[in-house]
Design a binder for this molecule. Structure first.
Ligand code: NDP
Length: 468
C-alpha cells in the first residue's frame, strides 16, 4: 500500500505512525498518510519561519512567476491529481478534473493581482504612504469536500503577498494535497510551502502554535469557533470560511424545466457537499407543483454510483462521518413524517451512497430546513408572499450565499438586495472568480477570500511618513 509523505523544509518526510485514508465508494483503504508529530509540526513551522525573510524580500514579479510555475506543475500533473481527488473524496472524475483545472486557473489569475500602495499625504510638511506587507507564517487549514479546490483561495494569495505557509488538509482526504506539496517542492524555495497531515488534534495544535502569524481556515462553523478561540490567545489574525444554509428563491415567472435542472445541480453537485450549495429551495405556490414534478423527474435522470465510471453524475458521500450525519437527518425527517418525493435512504451497497433525496414542503422549523445538510438532501418549500420568503431566507445564523431565480432580473435583484448573505446570485448559483471577494455574513465567516480583499487578508498595512 502506498504511503504518502509530508513536505517539510522542501523535503519529503514520513512519520513513525500513519493513518489510513478510505475510498468512500467502496470503503477500502486507499493509502496511508503520516501522523505529524509535535516535533515535525515544530520543524514545519520553523522551516516556514526561516524561509519567510527571503521570500518576503523576493521581488513581487518573481513571486508572481512562482505562482505561474505552480500552475504549470498542477497542469502537468492534472491527471494524477484529479484521480486522487476522486479516489479520496468521491466526486466523479470530470468534476475532479474541473477542480484541478480550477486550482491552476486560480493560481494564474491570482498572479496577475498587485498589492496597492497608497499615498495618504504628499504635502509641504510630509510624505505619508501605506504599503501592504506580509504577515509571516500562514496556517492554511482545509476541509475534505474540495481537497485541492480549497487550496485555490489560500495558497496563491498567501504566497503572492510574501508569506510562507504550513498547509494542513483534512485527515479525511489528505492525499492530493500531500502529493501536491511533493510536486511543488520542485518549484518553490525550501520552507516556503510545508504540508503536514494528521488526525485528532493536529488542527488545534497548529492554530495554537506560537510560530503561526495568520490562520486561514475553511470548515464548519463549530470548528471555526474553536479556531478563533485558539487564535485569541496570541491575537493571531484569522480568515474563517464557514458553513452555509443557502436559500434559493424561485419566482412564479421562471422557465420551470430549466430552473429545476439548474437548481438540481445547485443542490446536489458533489453530492451536496458544497458550502455554497442551494440548501433550501423556496418555490412560489403558483408554480410549486409543476416545479416539484420537474425537479423529481430530472433527479430520476441522474445516475448515482462509482465516480470513476463514465455517465455517473453523483458519487458517494465523502466519508463515514458525513454519511452518518446525513442518515441522521433523514431519520429525523422520517420520524417527523415528512413526505419524501424521491430518495430518502442509503443505496444498500458498499460505500457511502445515499440516493438524492427531495423532501416535500417540510415545516420551516424542521432540522432538514434549519441545518446545513452537507449531503444529497434537499427540502423544497412553498411560499406565497415575498416578505415572508425574505424573512424565512434571512432567519438563522448563517449567511454565506443566496440565489433568486426569475425571468425578470430587475425584480429578482430587488429581492436579492434584501437577502443577508455574502454573495447573492441572480439566475445562477455558485459562480466564483479569482477576482471577486467571497465572504460569509453572520456565522458563515470572518474576512474574505479571493480578489483583492482576499489578497489583502494575508497582509497588514505598513505606513511610512517622511517629515519634510
Ligand atoms: P471541519 O470544521 O470538521 O474541518 C475543517 C478542517 O479543520 C479540517 O482540516 C479539520 O481537520 C480541521 N480541524 C478540526 N478540528 C480543528 C480544530 N480544533 N482546530 C483547527 N482545525 C481543526 O469541517 P469539515 O471538514 O467537516 O467540512 C465541512 C464544513 O466546511 C461544512 O460546514 C461546510 O459548510 C464548510 N465549508 C465551508 C466553505 C466555505 O468556503 N465557507 C467551503 C467548504 C466547506 P480533520 O478533518 O483532520 O479533523
Amino acid at each position: 500500500m502506498r504511503t504518502f509523505t509530508m513536505t517539510v523544509d522542501g523535503v519529503a518526510v514520513g512519520s513513525p505512525t500513519t493513518f489510513d485514508v478510505i475510498d468512500p465508494s467502496d470503503e477500502t483503504v486507499l493509502a496511508s498518510a503520516p501522523e505529524c508529530t509535535d516535533e515535525q509540526l515544530d520543524d514545519a513551522v520553523a522551516a516556514a519561519h526561516g524561509a519567510f525573510p527571503a521570500w518576503a524580500a523576493t521581488p513581487f514579479a518573481q513571486r508572481q512567476a512562482a505562482l505561474i510555475a505552480m500552475a504549470d506543475v498542477v497542469d502537468a500533473n492534472a491527471d494524477e491529481l484529479h484521480r486522487l481527488v476522486t479516489a479520496e473524496q468521491g466526486k466523479p472524475l470530470a468534476m475532479a478534473a474541473a477542480e484541478v483545472a480550477g486550482l491552476s486557473h486560480w493560481l494564474r489569475a491570482t498572479a496577475a493581482l498587485t498589492l496597492p500602495e497608497t499615498v495618504n499625504e504628499d504635502g509641504a510638511d510630509r510624505l505619508s504612504t501605506t504599503r501592504r506587507v506580509p504577515l509571516g507564517v500562514v496556517a492554511a487549514i482545509t476541509p475534505w469536500n474540495y481537497p485541492l479546490g480549497q487550496l485555490s483561495f489560500k495558497l496563491g494569495p498567501a504566497l503572492l503577498a510574501g508569506n510562507t505557509v504550513v498547509l494542513k488538509p483534512s485527515d479525511l482526504a489528505p492525499l492530493s494535497a500531500l502529493r501536491l506539496g511533493t510536486l511543488l517542492a520542485g518549484v518553490l524555495p525550501a520552507g516556503v510551502l510545508n504540508v503536514v497531515s494528521g488526525t485528532g488534534d493536529l488542527g488545534a495544535r497548529i492554530t495554537a502554535h506560537r510560530g503561526v502569524d495568520q490562520i486561514s481556515f475553511t470548515g464548519s462553523t463549530r470548528t471555526g469557533r474553536a479556531v478563533m478561540a485558539n487564535a485569541a490567545a496570541r491575537l493571531t489574525p484569522v480568515t474563517l470560511e464557514l458553513g452555509g444554509n443557502d436559500p434559493a428563491i424561485v419566482l412564479p415567472d421562471v422557465d420551470v424545466a430549466a430552473v429545476a435542472e439548474a437548481l438540481f445541480w445547485a443542490a446536489f453537485a458533489n453530492s451536496g457537499q458544497i458550502c455554497l450549495a442551494a440548501k433550501r429551495v423556496y418555490v412560489h405556490a403558483d408554480v410549486y407543483p409543476e416545479f416539484r414534478d420537474a425537479l423529481v423527474a430530472y433527479a430520476a435522470t441522474v445516475r448515482t454510483g462509482d465516480p470513476t465510471q463514465e455517465g455517473v453524475g453523483l458519487g458517494p458521500v465523502s466519508n463515514r462521518r458525513q454519511y452518518e450525519a446525513v442518515l441522521d437527518l433523514l431519520k429525523d425527517s422520517e420520524d417527523h413524517g415528512h413526505t419524501v418525493l424521491t430518495g430518502g435512504s442509503p443505496m444498500g451497497r458498499k460505500g457511502f451512497f445515499v440516493e438524492p433525496t427531495i423532501v416535500d414542503d417540510p415545516p420551516e422549523d424542521a432540522r432538514i430546513v434549519q441545518e446545513e445538510q452537507f449531503g444529497p438532501v434537499l427540502p423544497l418549500l412553498v411560499y406565497r408572499e415575498v416578505d415572508d420568503v425574505v424573512a424565512r431566507a434571512n432567519a438563522g445564523d448563517l449567511g454565506l450565499g443566496a440565489s433568486v431565480w426569475s425571468a425578470d432580473p430587475v425584480a429578482a435583484r430587488a429581492i436579492g438586495d434584501r437577502l443577508d448573505a455574502g454573495t447573492v446570485w441572480i439566475n445562477e448559483v455558485m459562480h466564483l472568480s479569482p477576482l471577486v471577494p467571497f465572504a460569509g455574513r453572520k456565522q458563515s465567516g470572518v474576512g474574505a477570500e479571493s480578489g483583492l480583499e482576499g489578497l489583502l487578508a494575508f497582509t497588514s498595512p505598513r505606513t511610512t511618513t517622511v517629515k519634510r
